[in-house]
Design a protein around this ligand. Structure first.
Ligand code: ADP
Ligand code: MG
Length: 680
């Protein structure tokens, strides 16, 4: 990188050690950092309003170009508070300005001179006023004024002045972090142009254009770091496995594994034999049968004499997986334990001891498993189910439980490729793109609340035929209110429409034991219809359930709806999902059409991402996506795609980034990796 860019910020005039400390707080340590420090907004002074046209007390601030008519005497209200007032005009009307404790500014203002004022207008139509507006000299050429994010001790003017100094330092040169051969490809402005126009734009348009270059860079370096790490991190494994035939395992299954399941299992087997540490993502739509694959891999580790563990996002799922694993692994002599939150201290102690001395071969559990002080004898394999619920940090914690164990992440959310690279760029990927044979797509219908009675009738028909069903109430965030909704709804239905059926109720804040009891009853068929919040996890497996009604369907993300409906139709019978929504906005109509129109989770996910952005896409803020400084994953997906393509190309040509033309990129990547925590 150009050495001037690497200079400490104190190199600039006006920045001493004190200011440097303050700059550091906002992540600015070098000249380069400062130039990259983007305004969060701009004030557009290029089209001032006529004072006669301003409407007082609106949310939006105005800018007006006015002449100072008269300064009123400064009022000293009390110690530490002075109020200065002045009257301005643009000859369409007058406006009165009040400044608090700004005697200095006030004394510098001159009658008859032009100013541009920017701020919210108060008062009334006859007497418009502005309190503490931003005041610019009327002859200033900067009509688009950047607004920087500040911290205590920084002012807009100061940041502006130093940015200017930083740009002056470069003079006529145009240093760039992007080597020429890439600059020719990206078709975006040069870095120098970008900086000039981000900080001192000639128009809002040029600021936006310039910003795209900085966003691209941010994505690019990030993607490059991921690609680089993947290409260079060949971690050796401490648990190199020997080949065992999967045949005995397959033979005890009550069904044939699908091709896709066998391939995913084989991928993992190959990884674990390779001598390198496995780091794999298994993506499979709801109902594609990931659990069996997990059991198969655990079987492999067991045959090799190693311990493995399976992590589920909820107690219900953990309990379900525990049953499955026992069914498929105990016939081979493997010992499986369940580490749940509901254990009595004595039980827990026994189980922990068994895990530590190796009497248990497979441990199944929830977060408790890795938050707690679990010690394994020799943990060789960590399988995480429904990964997107786990934060990046948790993933790291998990792997630290053993001597770098092999890891498999199973995700039921088909994640669009762009995001998958971002979240799991360092992972190998297996896709289970096939549902077990005989599985029929869930027929999905979106209807308005007026159709509720008919929907109930339809549900009853299913129940009368011996099937079971769900009614899901919205609980986007589990709150008291939502619980009450589910409860009230449950009571209403038990007394009314479904008085003749056995109903169950399930919501998040129930104790683990109560939840489990309800789930068990539902599985055994003692409950016909389960009223629940979204707590019934996506993976819950009750093959006899064939119908689901979702209330207020517009409050769910598309992917979430897709996950929800994946709970029905797991047994090969025709299955139905009725989405009830009274939201008739065009977006919602579009979304309901999209979800009714396809059963392909990937298509649903792409659509969801397009319509809602990645934050909402996962239905939670803890999606594990990196926090970008300038870029916005919702708005800038297209730039992200381009950046990923370019970084893949660079790494393919120069896997370890040692080429001299990539020198600057390499040092930026190294710096990013050193800051580590930001990268998943
Ligand atoms: P998910 O991928 O959503 O976690 P599960 O592993 O819970 O799916 O499997 C869903 C259901 O499909 C379970 O009842 C499971 O026993 C069954 N299943 C899994 N694989 C097959 C298969 N190859 N053939 C038939 N049924 C299968
Ligand atoms: Mg599952």
């Amino acid at each position: 990188m150009d050495s001037r860019l690497e200079r400490e910020i104190t190199y600039l005039k006006g920045v001493g050690p004190k200011k440097a400390e303050i700059f550091k707080k906002v992540g600015v340590e070098t000249v380069y950092d400062l130039l990259q420090y983007c305004p969060r907004d701009y004030i557009d002074l290029s089209e001032p309003a006529a004072v006669a046209d301003v409407r007082p007390n609106e949310e939006e601030p105005y800018s007006v170009r006015v002449r100072l008519v008269k300064k009123l005497p400064v009022a000293r209200v009390r110690k530490g508070l002075t109020i200065s007032k002045a009257v301005f005009t643009d000859d369409t009307a007058d406006i009165t300005v009040t400044l608090f404790n700004q005697e200095y500014t006030f004394s510098n203002m001159q009658e008859e001179k032009q100013y541009v004022l920017y701020g919210k207008v108060t008062g009334n139509m006859l007497r418009p006023e502005m309190n503490s507006p931003m005041i610019f000299a009327g002859d200033s050429e900067d009509l688009i004024v950047p607004v920087y994010p500040l911290t205590e001790g920084l002012t807009q003017q100061f940041v502006r002045k130093e940015v200017k100094a930083a740009l002056d330092l470069l003079g006529g040169d145009s240093p760039d972090i992007m080597p020429q051969y890439l600059l020719d490809k990206i078709k975006l402005p040069s870095l120098k142009y970008a900086w000039e126009n981000v900080h001192f734009p000639r128009s809002v348009y040029s600021a936006v254009e310039a910003r795209r270059r900085l966003i691209f860079d941010e994505f690019f370096i990030y993607s490059l770091a991921i690609a680089y790490r993947r290409s260079t991190s060949d971690e050796m494994s401490d648990h190199v496995m020997k080949r065992y035939s999967m045949k005995p395992f397959k033979e005890i299954l009550p069904f044939e594994m699908t091709e896709a399941q066998m391939k995913a299992a084989a991928d993992c087997g190959r990884d674990m034999m390779s001598g390198h540490r496995m780091n794999r993502l298994i993506q499979g739509d709801v109902g594609s049968g990931k659990t069996v694959v997990a059991a198969c891999i655990a079987y492999y580790a067991f045959k090799n004499g190693y311990q493995s563990c399976l992590m589920a996002p909820t107690e219900i799922l953990a309990a379900q997986h525990y049953e499955t694993f026992r069914k498929y692994l105990e016939p081979f002599g493997a010992k499986v334990c369940l580490l749940s939150g509901g254990l009595r201290p004595k039980q827990k102690k026994e189980i922990l001891a068994g895990i530590a001395d190796g009497s248990y071969d497979v441990a199944v559990g929830t977060h408790a498993l890795f938050y707690g002080d679990v010690q394994f004898k020799d943990l060789a394999l960590v399988i995480t189910d429904e990964q997107h619920r786990f934060g990046v940090e948790q993933r790291r914690k998990l792997s630290s439980k053993g001597r770098n164990p092999h890891t498999v992440v199973m995700s039921a959310t088909p994640i669009p490729r762009t995001l998958a690279l971002m979240l799991y760029g360092d992972l190998q990927v297996s896709v289970i793109n096939e549902l077990p044979s005989g599985r029929k797509p869930v027929q999905t219908y979106a209807v308005s609340g007026k159709m509720r009675e008919r929907a109930y009738g339809f549900v009853k028909k299913q129940l009368d035929a011996g099937h079971q069903g769900f009614i899901v109430c919205p609980a986007v965030e589990e709150s008291e209110l939502d619980i009450k909704n589910a409860k009230t709804y449950y009571e209403e239905l038990s007394r009314g429409a479904f008085a003749d059926y056995k109903l169950g109720l399930l919501y998040g804040k129930m104790t683990a034991a109560d939840k489990q009891a309800v789930m068990d009853a539902f599985k055994e068929g003692t409950i016909d219809l389960l009223v629940s919040t979204t707590v019934v996890e996506v993976g819950v497996d009750v093959p006899n359930a064939t119908v689901m009604v979702v209330e207020n369907a517009d409050r769910f993300g598309l992917s979430q709806l897709h996950q929800l409906r994946g709970r029905v139709g797991r047994g090969g019978d025709e299955a139905f999902c009725v989405l009830i929504t009274d939201n008739t906005s065009p977006e919602n109509v579009k979304r309901m059409k999209a979800i009714s129109g396809t059963n392909d989770g990937f298509k649903v996910a792409e659509e969801d991402l397009r319509l809602r952005g990645p934050g909402d896409f996962f239905g939670t803020n803890q999606h594990g996506l990196p926090a970008f400084k300038i870029a916005d994953l919702t708005r800038d997906i297209e730039l992200l795609e381009r950046a990923q393509k370019l970084s893949a190309m660079v790494i393919e040509e120069d896997p370890a980034l040692i080429g001299s033309k990539n020198r600057d990129l390499s040092s930026l990547v190294q710096a990013l990796l050193r800051r580590g925590a930001e990268i998943s």
